[in-house]
Design a binder for this molecule. Structure first.
Ligand SMILES: [Zn+2]
Length: 442
């Protein structure tokens, strides 16, 4: 299926992140004019009065489950969920079956993404073979493959062996890539069920201590310093982790960090009802951690918001807390939760949302075009938001295959009205278009 709209389309009167209003013309998948654009014959105009236009979001941390976990999500269904959330680029984690640890699987995932046509699906390669943490995976071969992998991670598991981690960092440097670490010292979290604190003690569940995350980040920062390589820290969840990242950045270590929307909004108090939708790894932490994470995102210590979208079939979440799978879906709700946690609390404005959800993640992933602001000549990956909307988030608002969202039934602000991928709408009037519809428009 060919991509890229050849007709002319104008998004009229939208506010941009800097607060100015403009009309934006899209032709052939590219932004060709910005300003006050009088209507022209044969041109499709979208009235965006009162709406906000941002560059499409870039997710550094998406679990698509294909190959091997198609009952929970596929590249196609995850791509639809991404479009629903205003994303135009997502990075697929390699904890599939088989793991994406060589050119074969990463090329397969990239090809499925291209075929789906909703977003740019960029595979992340595993750090170790089979994600077993023993032998290095084929990092260079994956970087040189057609999937052009630049991010490597064993996410779901920590690269716990410091020797393997150092070698991975050295190889990542050779291919101008980055190691994205799931920071969890496994010896400190065996059997852990939720944040190690008052709630875990009350519920009699095994705690997941903050130091298990912080110790690995500190170790890896020092390893990255000694190799001169780039380290990215996945889903930072504790106040202490923020301190370590801030220290490492001050020393000039090449470190970046992401936070999930759920760690900006929810706390371990949610676990009191034993509702397994709130079970996630790293676990939800305390209100103090949430406050520090928000401040760190606002001041740039934490670079990016990443979803850790983790679909699970209903049966994996229906069991009792200790047997339930860890993870929650998050693509469809990410910007809504960021609006609630960060914008409506006055901590940041939309320019900073653009930085955290589009520009910085694109820079970390080495995507030059996606890292640019809305400008003439830039590819038309765009999201149109209605920040004034407010509604109860419903299962019908989920576009992926799984429904393990912690936000169902909650009132959330904001709404994704339209998403444009390479100039072609994938979402219009808040509805994800079908494959035939986006094909017909291309
Ligand atoms: Zn993880």
């Amino acid at each position: 299926m060919s991509r890229g709209d050849t007709g002319s389309r104008v998004i009229a009167g939208a506010a941009l992140a800097d607060g100015t209003r403009a009309d934006v013309r899209i032709e052939g998948g590219v932004i060709t004019a910005i300003g006050s654009l009088p209507p022209a014959a044969g041109e499709h105009r979208i009235d965006a009065d009162g709406l906000l236009l941002l560059p499409g979001f870039v997710d550094l941390h998406t679990h698509l489950r294909q190959p091997g976990g198609e009952g929970a999500e596929t590249v196609l269904t995850g791509s639809r969920a991404a479009a629903a959330g205003g994303y135009t680029t997502i990075h697929a984690m390699p904890n599939t079956t088989p793991a994406a640890d060589g050119p074969g699987v990463v090329e397969q995932v990239a090809a499925l993404g291209e075929e789906a046509g909703y977003v740019d699906v960029r595979p992340i390669g595993a750090v170790s073979k089979g994600r077993r943490g023993e032998e290095l995976a084929e990092l260079v071969a994956m970087a040189r493959s057609r999937a052009r992998v630049r991010i490597f991670s064993d996410d779901g598991s920590c690269v716990a062996d410091p020797l393997l981690m150092r070698r991975a960092l050295e190889y990542a440097r050779i291919v101008d890539g980055v190691i994205a670490q799931h920071a969890e010292e496994p010896r400190l979290t065996a059997g852990a069920q939720l944040n190690d604190g008052a709630v875990a003690a009350d519920l009699g569940l095994q705690g997941w201590p903050a130091v298990a995350e912080e110790a690995i980040i500190a170790r890896d920062a020092l390893l990255a310093s000694s190799t001169g390589s780039r380290l990215h820290v996945c889903h930072v969840s504790t106040a202490g982790s923020v301190e370590v990242v801030r220290w490492a950045k001050a020393r000039g270590i090449r470190i970046t960090a992401e936070v999930t929307p759920h760690h900006l909004w929810l706390t371990d108090e949610s676990a009191r009802g034993y509702d397994a939708r709130f079970k996630v790894n790293p676990p939800l932490r305390t209100a103090e951690d949430v406050a520090v994470l928000r401040a760190a995102l606002a001041d740039g210590t934490i670079d990016a918001v990443a979803t850790d979208h983790a679909p699970h079939p209903a049966e994996a979440k229906r069991s009792e807390w200790s047997a339930a799978a860890m993870g929650m879906v998050g693509l469809e709700t990410a910007v809504l939760v960021v609006q609630a946690a960060m914008v409506e609390t006055g901590l940041i404005g939309w320019a900073e949302v653009e930085r955290a959800m589009s520009r910085r993640p694109a820079e970390i992933a080495g995507l030059t075009d996606a890292a640019r602001p809305i400008a003439v000549g830039r590819g038309a990956d765009l999201v149109l938001l209605d920040p004034a909307a407010r509604r109860r988030f419903d299962v019908a608002d989920l576009a992926g295959r799984s429904t393990n969202s912690p936000y169902l039934g909650q009132e959330l602000p904001g709404r994704v009205i339209a998403t444009f991928f390479r100039g072609t709408p994938t979402v219009l009037d808040g509805r994800v278009l079908d494959p035939e519809e986006i094909g017909a428009r291309a």
